[in-house]
Design a protein around this ligand. Structure first.
Ligand code: AMP
Length: 200
């Protein structure tokens, strides 16, 4: 089972690239941000609580996202693997994730980290805010806060995966196609087992 963690700060392009990689390698794409936004759209209690935190640029509590992942992994499905986008985001989530995967006789295969300058991130998030309808992309203070939270709580995961030999930094500053190519190149180099590739 291939378990890819697509990592990087807000605005690094994780969502865009995860969709492309999921299609290329026939993986199930799990985005905790998308799941939370669906909860908000469905007006559930979880969505109400998460929505307030997301709008402020804060993280949703670890136990909430871990149980979301747990229920997704429980669903029986036929797949060669998963691509996790926006998860894990704290060391506590990564530890719980490892335990969870162990229960499924699986583990994280590789962590691909998109590297993008802060100036470019802020510019991209501002641009996305004009069309995405995402409240957390609109205000400069919220954008800056999300980047600070990434640096403080999420970036320590680089060391966590690096110590396991699973950390692969990928330049995230070219065109969408160039970045996809770099990601594919690294995954293919790393993954020696045959994986089902779609015809698209
Ligand atoms: P994203 O779509 O990945 O940028 O996530 C949007 C927002 O959802 C984040 O700023 C967090 O508030 C929340 N979120 C998404 N994934 C997680 C996670 N793994 N842990 C905590 N909060 C998350």
């Amino acid at each position: 089972m291939l378990n890819l963690v697509l990592f990087g700060p807000p605005g690094a392009g994780k969502g865009t690239q995860a969709i492309r990689l999921a299609e290329k390698f026939n993986l199930v794409h799990i985005s905790t941000g998308d799941i939370l936004r669906q909860e908000i759209a469905s007006k559930t209690e979880l969505g109400r609580v998460a929505g307030e935190l997301i709008d402020k640029g804060e993280l949703v509590p670890d136990d909430v996202v871990i149980s979301m992942i747990e229920s997704r992994l429980k669903k029986p499905r036929c797949t060669v693997g998963f691509i996790f986008d926006g998860f894990p985001r704290t060391v506590a989530q990564a530890l719980a994730f490892d335990k969870l995967l162990m229960k499924h006789h699986s583990k994280v295969s590789v962590m691909l980290c998109l590297v993008v300058d802060k100036g470019e991130l802020v510019e991209r998030l501002h641009k996305r805010g004009l069309t995405s309808g995402r409240g957390d992309d609109l205000e400069t203070t919220t954008i800056e806060h999300r980047i600070d939270i990434y640096n403080e709580k999420t970036s320590p995961l680089i060391k966590y995966y690096e110590s396991q030999g699973k950390y692969f930094p990928i330049p995230g500053m070219g065109t969408i196609e160039e970045i996809t190519e770099s990601l594919i190149h690294t995954i293919e180099k790393f993954n020696t087992k045959p994986i089902a590739v779609t015809s698209k």
